[in-house]
Design a binder for this molecule. Sequence first.
Ligand SMILES: NC(=O)c1ccc[n+]([C@@H]2O[C@H](COP(=O)([O-])OP(=O)(O)OC[C@H]3O[C@@H](n4cnc5c(N)ncnc54)[C@H](O)[C@@H]3O)[C@@H](O)[C@H]2O)c1
Length: 353
Amino acid sequence: MQKLRVCVIGTGSISDMHLQSYVKNPDVILHGVYDYSKERAQEKAMKYGASRVYNSLEEVFQDPEVDAVSICTWNNSHAEISIGALRGGKHVLVEKPLSMNVEEALRVEEAVRESNKNLQVGFVRRFATNTKVLKSFIDTGKLGEIYYAKASCLRRLGNPGGWFADIERSGGGPLIDLGVHIIDICWYLMGRPKVKSISGNTYHKLGNRGNVENLSFYKAADYDKEQNTVEDMANALITFENGASLLVDVSFTLHAKKDEIQVKLFGTKGGAELEPELVLVSEENNTMINIHPQVDHTTFDFTNAFQGEIDAFVESCLSGTKPVAPVEDGVEIMKILAGIYEASEKKSVVTFS
Ligand SMILES: NC(=O)c1ccc[n+]([C@@H]2O[C@H](COP(=O)([O-])OP(=O)(O)OC[C@H]3O[C@@H](n4cnc5c(N)ncnc54)[C@H](O)[C@@H]3O)[C@@H](O)[C@H]2O)c1
């Protein structure tokens, strides 16, 4: 079988998950890397055995020896790089979020249509073991009709700073960074219903809590506690055309006792908790029962999930099948994220037709 020749664009933190997963996939040749920082790109090329370090995006787009790219840059360049790569005839795996706003997302969708190439959005939680197990139960009707979901990803001290805290490069704070994952995973498991209305709030109350001492947290390479232009907390109620609803809250900083992640789904025949640990809930013989699936990973298994994401992308490019997280899903999730920011700004419900 023909191998897929890949270039990874953006060689910062998350690129390691892409690079190591490509290296482990026998159907891939890791051809090249590119980053604004040539030094960082060279370091990663050496570490993972990529033969070429590019000097510009144009060089990547025009290289006939590149079949596909992974885009692991700041959010503000996802759309432009996706479009450039598609026009250069490359398949694209773009990190989440697909773009900074809906207009950009629609332009990417158009470029996918024109190019006839694959674009997969980096909704990595779809490839986690606990998600795949739960999806198999949902697909066989064990939850019945899912009419409510509730997702939370709360950090009390977790604004990474750097580009994450700069709205011009990130497009927003915890909502676009963390909310994108938990909203997508609920929406995907609920059967991808069409959004009908959104009410939401964003708060800029605590800032980045850069004053806090003696408690460590993940910081971007260029962390500066004085710089922060993103919200520190957001919540929303999203209602779908089929009547189902999703309640969500996320934070980079909050006066919370501890960090927490929760993803819960409720259906007519059963319920489920995906996070913090996979549990199925049901009723049998007039008795309520909680079922604990015996699987290797009951919470998000980061490394396996990334390997699954990369393997699925490679497979879809080589076989010409549709990706599990196609561009239209990226567009729908972008509509929801933008809808929450808009509802918050307008202080009213945003409706979709
Ligand atoms: N799927 C996940 O769980 C997950 C986790 C973390 C980050 N991400 C996403 O991955 C992306 C990168 O995040 P990160 O944490 O690796 O950031 P990072 O700052 O560690 O790395 C980003 C790299 O991209 C380079 N870069 C930025 N814009 C560029 C451009 N236009 N051209 C060339 N190089 C460019 C920077 O120089 C840097 O080396 C973001 O979109 C983020 O949302 C996803």
